[in-house]
Design a protein around this ligand. Structure first.
Ligand code: OXD
Length: 309
């Protein structure tokens, strides 16, 4: 059995090769484009280069080296019948929970205002924001979003979730479908984006939907930059319709130095770090799924090609 690994980051690519070889000693694991990586049975990929799939006509499945698969499906040369499998949690949910909890707690603790006051040596106590005054809305309550929603509810927030299809999560009021999106937004003070990027969700958060949020409202995007219309976001912030935004993901990454997000006083930027892929637990998961596929057993995490996630 042959496994090809492709990843734009050399350290990550080598780590994946070592980790899979250690777990599947019967396999030949090679990093693409080394000649011995051609004609693989399985592939682990992050942003595969053009021509990758043509070089592997006998692939039995391709694994995304991340939770998202848009980096892979948008290339358009992934054979239509090839099973595509995404990572399921593998240590990412805990990181996402910490990032989102931190972003929401900064609002409750008035962190931006106190940091601004410190710059002016200003000693002034501000009215606190009560948790019960804020409804947090998690848009996308799948494998990761569902855990974030549950953790925020356990931390004492009123939490709404929204997904394409019905979900049940303890402590979270779950809405679904296009018809319930406007009421979800109208009740959400802190909108956390955790939805996958597909043809249906590109620029889902546009001027019209931002205008549905109540005041005050904040945005946290840990999913994909293209879920949000950047110009509409800047306009909503500048008009005071939105108090602030915490952005970890961007349409173009790295975020270009001249991009207005970097210097906007109400935007906090982090460089796509809300949930890093942890190679060791991820390789455990991929190796286990490869063994199952070889035994003809079902696996979880298969992407619905028609839905795009
Ligand atoms: C992912 C990511 O999809 O890191 O895992 O964005």
């Amino acid at each position: 059995m042959k496994i090809a690994v492709t990843h734009p980051d050399e350290t990550a690519r080598r780590h994946w090769v070592r980790a899979l070889a250690a777990r599947l000693p019967e396999a030949r694991v090679a990093d693409w484009p080394a000649p011995e990586a051609h004609g693989a049975d399985f592939a682990v990929v992050w942003k595969p280069p053009a021509g990758f799939f043509a070089a592997h006509p006998a692939l039995r499945a391709v694994f995304s080296a991340g939770a998202g698969v848009d980096h892979l499906l948008r290339h358009g040369d992934v054979p239509a019948t090839l099973p595509v499998v995404r990572l399921e949690d593998a240590g990412m949910a805990r990181q996402m929970i910490d990032y989102c909890l931190h972003a929401v707690l900064r609002i409750v603790l008035r962190a931006d205002a106190y940091e601004a006051q410190q710059r002016d040596a200003c000693w002034r106590e501000l009215a606190p924001v009560a948790r019960t005054d804020l409804t947090v809305g998690v848009l996308g309550i799948g494998a990761l979003g569902g855990q974030v929603a549950r953790a925020l509810a356990a931390a004492g927030f009123r939490v709404l979730g929204h997904a394409r299809s019905p979900h049940r999560i303890d402590g979270v009021e779950c809405l679904h479908g296009d018809a319930q999106l406007p009421s979800f937004l109208a009740r959400t003070h802190v909108l956390i984006l955790m939805a996958p990027l597909t043809d249906d969700t590109r620029h889902l958060i546009d001027a019209r939907r931002l205008a549905l949020l109540p005041r005050p409202a904040w945005l946290v995007n840990v999913a994909r930059g293209a879920l949000v219309d950047a110009q509409a976001l800047l306009a909503a912030l500048d008009a005071g319709a939105l108090e602030g935004a915490t952005l970890d993901v961007f349409d173009t990454e790295p975020l270009p130095p001249e991009h207005p997000f970097w210097r906007h006083p109400r935007i906090r930027v982090t460089p796509h770090v809300a949930a890093a892929t942890l190679v060791e637990p991820s390789a455990d998961q991929v190796a286990d799924k490869i063994r199952r596929l070889l035994r003809g057993e079902p696996i979880t995490g298969a992407v619905g090609r028609d839905r795009g996630y």
